[in-house]
Design a protein around this ligand. Structure first.
Ligand SMILES: *Cc1c(COP(=O)(O)O)cnc(C)c1O
Length: 499
C-alpha cells in the first residue's frame, strides 16, 4: 500500500478539499470575488481612457515566464494581486473602442457575467438530461431561424469558426464520399476535392489536412475584381477534375472574406451545388451575422440554402471568447457523421443519461462547457433588435471611414467597402509598390504602438494594406476620425524621417 493511502486510512478525516473549509474562508473568498467583479466592471467602464495596446515591460515578461512550479499555495489574494499587476494591464486590446485588428469581438459585460455563471454551474455539455442542454438546443433553434434555415436544422456551438467549419466539412465529406468513409478511410478511393476561392480563410487548409484530403484535396479558385469567387472558373475546375478521375464533393462559399469582407455569389454557388450534387458549405465566420440586417440580406442571399453554415458569435456577435456555431441542414446526416457507440456513454431510459449524448454526437468534442449560456442570456437580455442595430452601425462606420479615406489626399482605399472591412494605405507620389509596402508596414506598427488604435494588415495582390475590421460594439464615430488622424500623422512622420 502506498504511504499516502496508509496515512489517510490512519487518520479519521478524508476531508481535504480545494473549497474554503469554514465560514470565515468562504467569507474571504466572497469578499475577494466581489472586489474582482467591481474591478472588472470599472475596467470596462473606463476602457476608453486606456491605451488600446501597450508593449510589456521586461519585468512583466520575466515575472510571467520564469516562475518555478508553485508546489506550495500562495493564496487567492496574492495571486489576484499579481494578475492585476502583471496580466490585466497587457491585453490583446480588443475590448477597446479603437481596436480594429484581425476580427476580434469586443465582448460585453453581460457576456462576462454569463461565463462566470456557466463556470459556477459547470455542467458537462456532451448531452445529458439537464436544463443547460435545453438552453443550447433553444439557442441553436433561434440561430437557425435567424439565418433562414428550416426548423429541423441541426447544429452545435463550437469553440470558434475554425471548429465550426471543420465540423460542417466533416459532415459533407461523410455525406458525399459515396462509401462509408468512417469505416474505410480514404485509401484506395479517388482523391476527394473541395473548392473554394483563393480568398478563403486558412482554416480550409488545416481542415483538409485533418480530414485526410491533404492540401491536394483543396482547389482554390480565382476571384474577380471585387474579390468574389469566379464561378465560371469553378464550373470548369469541377468538370476538369471529374474528367481526371478526381471526386468533387464540396464547394465552400464565403460570406465576408477575412481580407476585404467580400461575399461570394452564394445563390449561384447554391444552384451549382444543387445541379452538380455537391455539398454546399458557407463560411460566414463574421459575415453571416450581417444576415440580421434587412439591408444586407440581399447580398447574402443563398446562404440560407447551405448544407452547412459556420459562423462565430465571438466576432460580430460581440460575445467573449470562445463561441462559434455550425448549422447542418440534415440532422440525420449530422449525427451519422459523428455518433459513436461506447458502452460507458450508453443512453438510459431514465436519470441523467436519458436523452443520450446529443452534442457529443454532433462534433469532435465530448467534454464541453456551457457556452450556450452567454448566447442565451445575451440574445434575451439585449434582444436581437439591439444586436442588429449595432451590426448595422458597424457597417455604417465602415462606410464613414471609407468616406474619410476618399477625402484624404494622402490615403487610398485598396478594396471596395461592402461590409465591415476597410483596406487602405498611405500613398506618396513617385513611390513604387515596394516603397509603399515598407512605408505602410511601418505606419501600422507605429499606430499600434502609439496606443491610439489597433488596425492590422494584409496583402492584396502583393500590395500591403492597412486593414480595419469593425466588429466593435464600443466604437463611436469619433474613433474613426482618431484612427485616420493617427495614420496620417504616422505616415507624415515616416516620410519626414526618410526624406
Ligand atoms: C475568423 C475567421 C475564421 C476562423 O474563426 P475562428 O473563430 O478564429 O476559429 C474563419 N473564417 C473567417 C472568414 C474568419 O474571419
Amino acid at each position: 500500500m502506498i504511504s499516502a493511502v496508509r496515512d489517510a486510512l490512519n487518520v479519521v478525516s478524508m476531508n481535504k478539499t480545494l473549497d474554503p473549509v469554514d465560514e470565515a474562508g468562504w467569507g474571504d473568498l466572497r469578499a475577494l470575488g466581489h472586489r474582482m467583479l467591481d474591478e472588472m466592471f470599472s475596467g470596462m467602464e473606463e476602457v476608453r481612457e486606456r491605451p488600446v495596446w501597450q508593449p510589456m515591460p521586461d519585468t512583466v515578461r520575466g515575472a510571467l515566464a520564469g516562475e518555478p512550479v508553485p508546489y506550495q499555495g500562495q493564496g487567492a489574494e496574492t495571486v489576484y494581486a499579481e494578475f492585476v499587476e502583471n496580466v490585466l494591464p497587457y491585453p490583446t486590446g480588443n475590448t477597446h473602442p479603437r481596436y480594429f485588428g484581425w476580427v476580434k469581438g469586443t465582448g460585453t459585460p453581460l457576456g462576462m457575467l454569463a461565463d462566470m455563471l456557466a463556470a459556477g454551474m459547470n455542467p458537462h455539455m456532451a448531452g445529458f438530461d439537464q436544463a443547460p442542454k435545453l438552453v443550447e438546443l433553444q439557442v441553436l433553434k433561434w440561430l437557425g431561424q435567424l439565418m433562414g434555415f428550416p426548423a429541423a436544422t441541426s447544429g452545435l456551438l463550437t469553440s470558434g469558426g475554425t471548429m465550426a467549419n471543420l465540423t460542417g466539412l466533416n459532415v459533407g465529406r461523410f455525406a458525399l464520399a459515396g462509401y462509408d468513409v468512417r469505416a474505410e478511410g480514404l485509401a484506395g478511393h479517388p482523391q476527394m476535392r473541395i473548392y473554394c476561392s483563393n480568398e478563403t480563410h486558412s482554416w480550409v487548409w488545416k481542415t483538409a489536412e485533418l480530414l485526410g484530403l491533404g492540401r491536394a484535396g483543396v482547389r482554390a479558385i480565382g476571384v474577380d475584381a471585387a474579390y468574389r469567387m469566379d464561378v465560371s472558373a469553378l464550373r470548369s475546375a469541377i468538370v476538369e477534375d471529374r474528367a481526371a478521375g478526381l471526386h468533387p464533393i464540396c464547394v465552400i462559399g464565403t460570406a465576408g472574406t477575412v481580407n476585404t469582407g467580400a461575399t461570394d455569389d452564394l445563390a449561384t454557388l447554391a444552384d451549382l451545388c444543387a445541379e452538380q450534387k455537391l455539398w454546399f458549405h458557407v463560411d460566414g465566420a463574421f459575415g453571416a451575422l450581417a444576415y440580421l440586417s434587412d439591408e444586407m440580406k440581399p447580398m447574402l442571399r443563398g446562404m440560407e440554402r447551405a448544407d452547412s453554415l459556420a459562423f462565430d458569435l465571438h466576432k460580430w456577435g460581440y460575445l467573449p471568447f470562445e463561441v462559434g456555431c455550425v448549422l447542418v441542414r440534415d440532422p440525420e446526416m449530422h449525427r451519422a457523421a459523428f455518433a459513436t457507440a461506447a458502452s460507458y456513454l450508453t443512453e438510459m431510459d431514465r436519470g441523467p443519461a436519458a436523452g443520450g449524448m446529443t452534442f457529443a454526437e454532433r462534433g469532435v468534442e465530448l467534454s464541453r462547457g456551457f457556452k450556450a449560456l452567454k448566447v442565451w442570456m445575451s440574445l434575451k437580455a439585449h434582444g436581437v433588435e439591439a444586436l442588429r442595430e449595432v451590426i448595422e452601425q458597424n457597417i455604417a462606420q465602415a462606410h464613414y471611414l471609407g468616406g474619410l479615406i476618399d477625402e484624404a489626399r494622402e490615403l487610398e482605399l485598396m478594396a471596395p467597402v461592402t461590409m465591415n472591412v476597410v483596406c487602405l494605405r498611405y500613398r506618396i507620389t513617385g513611390a513604387d509598390e515596394r516603397q509603399l509596402n515598407a512605408l505602410n508596414q511601418e505606419i501600422v506598427m507605429r499606430v499600434q504602438e502609439s496606443g491610439v488604435a489597433v488596425p492590422s494588415s494584409t496583402l492584396l495582390e502583393g500590395r500591403f494594406a492597412i486593414r480595419v475590421a469593425i466588429v466593435n460594439q464600443r466604437s463611436r464615430k469619433e474613433d474613426f476620425d482618431m484612427l485616420v488622424q493617427a495614420v496620417l500623422e504616422a505616415g507624415r512622420a515616416v516620410v519626414r524621417e526618410t526624406a
